[in-house]
Write a protein that binds this ligand. Structure first.
Ligand SMILES: Nc1ncnc2c1ncn2[C@@H]1O[C@H](COP(=O)(O)OP(=O)(O)OP(=O)(O)O)[C@@H](O)[C@H]1O
Ligand SMILES: [Mg+2]
Length: 246
């Protein structure tokens, strides 16, 4: 049922939008005749709106596909450190743009069992948030330790922080904390993170202090057995009043 819905959205919604985008590219490229300045402006705006819509559909499809991930066929044992490096490489342009320093202090390697791409996706999402909800020149740090069968990964930032009353709400699909100059986003990243942790039998804890920063701590079992969708990823959200950037 869910699979049908995913296919429907992909084929019946995404495909025609991609086609429409291609037609606009043709027009914008003056391939079907020269456009005047006003027409070019309108075509560019249409492209931009369409691209927002496609990005939303892709993000949503990603979430639906992760939810649908009942079999653990893609589970493998892998080294964690290269995954962090690959994730940080993906995010580097975003960090550079905001002159944000990313410190990888994840240290010695450890082996994890799980879906390598999904674990990378978690890091990409959490570090991107640490950059997006941060000031220019801020910092995001990735740290790791081991604790009774778990690898504990902290992603801390020196950013805006999250008000206490919002901590229980973030991570719900499409929920975003309203604030001035809010960075673009759909409110799906943390929902994706929680779903991935769920299928890995992991969990997420958030500590944050407004104007000081946040720490997103995730626990992943070092040796994850085959896990079903039923394992609930809990979000133990708490506030740390005197924390500075994690
Ligand atoms: N590190 C952070 N510091 C401050 N606020 C954060 C942080 N991470 C998340 N938030 C808040 O939680 C909300 C939800 O985050 P989430 O990653 O789910 O969605 P998003 O970043 O808005 O969009 P996207 O779907 O593109 O990730 C954000 O809109 C933001 O208000
Ligand atoms: Mg996000």
């Amino acid at each position: 049922m869910r699979q049908n819905f995913i296919s429907l959205v992909s084929h019946e919604m995404r495909t025609p939008l991609v086609a429409a985008m291609q037609y606009l590219e043709l027009m914008g490229g003056n391939i079907v005749g020269a456009l005047n300045t006003e027409q070019t402006r309108i075509v560019n705006r249409m492209k931009s709106r369409l691209s927002d819509l496609l990005a939303l559909i892709d993000r949503w499809l990603e979430l639906a596909r992760i939810e649908d991930h009942q079999v653990t066929d893609d589970f493998e044992t892998f080294d964690f450190s290269p995954v962090v490096k690959e994730a940080l490489e993906i995010i580097k342009p975003l960090a550079d743009e905001k002159k944000i320093k990313i410190r990888d202090m994840s240290g010695d390697d450890v082996k994890l069992n799980g879906d390598r791409n999904m674990i990378k996706e978690i890091i990409v999402n959490l570090v991107s948030n640490g950059i997006k909800y941060n000031r220019e020149g801020g910092e995001v740090t990735v740290q790791k330790k081991q604790e009774s069968g778990f690898i504990v990964i902290d992603i801390s930032d020196t950013g805006f922080g999250i008000p206490e009353e919002e901590l229980g709400r973030i991570g719900k699909e499409f929920y975003r904390v309203k604030r001035e100059g809010l960075a673009v986003g759909f409110g799906l990243g943390l929902a994706i993170v929680k779903k991935i942790l769920d299928i890995h039998n992991g969990r997420l804890e958030i500590k944050s202090a407004v104007d000081q920063g946040s720490t997103f701590r995730m626990y992943l079992p070092i040796s994850t057995a085959v896990i079903g969708k039923t394992a609930a990823a809990s979000c133990n959200c708490s506030r740390e009043s005197n924390k500075k950037g994690g």
